[in-house]
Design a protein around this ligand. Structure first.
Ligand SMILES: C[S@@+](CC[C@H](N)C(=O)[O-])C[C@H]1O[C@@H](n2cnc3c(N)ncnc32)[C@H](O)[C@@H]1O
Length: 182
């Protein structure tokens, strides 16, 4: 029974962890890279009434069962986030080419969720482009950052910099963050 509950909590990071972590930090300006169907954006916006959130996605069909109908996710995302339209900006395209849309030091946090096959060799470039867009003292949050530790080490982070997202006393099994100091 316990392991089923843990499995739900592990799979439900976007319901149980991310929205409440943002709430505890009282962040008001965020960016999600990899909006997909708007799932994680929805819960962040629902639990954080003062949060303004921008989401970027390619919304192109790609290899892999989760992405073969990815074009439909653009419509799903827009429909899901309609009730938060005053606090939401959705941008379609390659995040690499969109980075100049944002001034440096704009965001309290960036939630980085671009774990797709097309991105395998591009995490370094993408994260390097977006780090300056985070405010001094703001954070980069990641799901399963373990998959690209090397990339983040090469960008100058050390193992001691990786912090677990905590909601009260509870530690997220998947979400970690890095504090950006300028
Ligand atoms: C892991 S999914 C995001 C999941 C989403 N955050 C959620 O909670 O359901 C990754 C998304 O990144 C998008 N993506 C991949 N490469 C991209 C790029 N270069 N620019 C913008 N979006 C990209 C894909 O289209 C895909 O929808």
């Amino acid at each position: 029974m316990r392991s089923i509950i843990e499995w739900f909590k592990y799979k439900g990071w976007f319901i149980f962890d991310l929205p409440y972590f943002i709430r505890e930090k009282e962040y008001t300006i965020g960016l999600e890279l990899g909006a997909k169907g708007g799932r994680s954006m929805y819960y962040m916006l629902k639990e954080n009434k003062n949060l303004k959130l921008t989401g970027i996605d390619l919304w192109e069909n790609m290899e892999g069962s989760a992405y073969k109908n990815n074009q439909q996710n653009e419509f799903r995302c827009k429909r899901k986030l309609r009730r938060f339209r005053d606090r939401t900006t959705l941008l379609k395209g390659d995040a690499k080419t969109m980075v100049n849309e944002f001034q440096d030091s704009t965001f309290d946090f960036i939630y980085y969720d671009l774990q797709c096959r097309n991105m395998v060799n591009f995490h370094h470039e993408m994260i390097a482009l977006y780090l300056p867009k985070i405010k001094n003292g703001g954070i980069l949050i990641g799901r399963d950052f373990r998959q690209f530790r090397e990339t983040l080490y090469n960008l100058g982070f050390e193992e001691k910099d990786f912090l677990n997202c905590k909601m009260g006393e509870r530690v997220s099994p998947r979400l970690e963050y890095l504090i950006i100091k300028k």
